[in-house]
Design a protein around this ligand. Sequence first.
Ligand SMILES: C[S@@+](CC[C@H](N)C(=O)[O-])C[C@H]1O[C@@H](n2cnc3c(N)ncnc32)[C@H](O)[C@@H]1O
Length: 229
Amino acid sequence: MSETVRTMFADIAPRYDVANTALSLGIHHLWRRTVVRRSQVQVGMRILDCATGTGDLALAFKKAVGKSGHVVGTDFCAEMMETAPEKARKNGMDIRFEVADAMNLPYPDNSFDIASISFGIRNVDVPTQALREMARVVRPGGRVVVLEFGQPQGIVGAFYRFYSNHVIPFVGGILSGNREAYSYLNRTAAQFPSGDNFDAMMHETGAFAGTNYKALTFGIAYVYIGKVL
Ligand SMILES: C[S@@+](CC[C@H](N)C(=O)[O-])C[C@H]1O[C@@H](n2cnc3c(N)ncnc32)[C@H](O)[C@@H]1O
């Protein structure tokens, strides 16, 4: 399973940013800012962004921690991270990018103040294992922060389902040359637990002293925060 996912991301990597911005109408940048704000990040902190892809959330965190802070972006697909170092450099940021599986992180316990993952937790084989790993490398009292799609309800939900079932695979397919990848991303987003259900999954890990979450843009996305035990 994970090798199929890795190969799929390697295939869409070169056009990922263009498709992402077009399909979300740029809103994903606002969501990332909300994630950073809610994480209670402070200047000088150490941040790990898992499944970082092209590094957008890592960059948003680096802006918040400043020069004295440290940000590491990791992904199990090297191709997805190919443009990330250049993006960081262009923004005058020093960020380390390393290949690592979120389910088996190569860092000692308590290495970070915050570990984050955006639009990646639904793609890992065992999400609870990734959450436990992220909590393990964060110091007690630090935060694990997750940004993931939800399933909006009502009129917005009906519009969103049409958009994600038809427009996303079509436009994503044209922009990336891989329609199946965008159907997969959409299918997994529609099926993955959100709101109370994902919050329950975080509790199930036994890794958090407390959790909270907030729906973004009518529940199209959610930000979840876990305070590490
Ligand atoms: C939809 S992309 C999201 C990328 C980026 N975080 C963002 O917000 O745009 C999902 C990413 O998760 C990565 N991924 C999936 N499973 C992973 C795992 N087990 N460990 C590390 N990265 C993983 C993929 O390679 C891909 O880059």
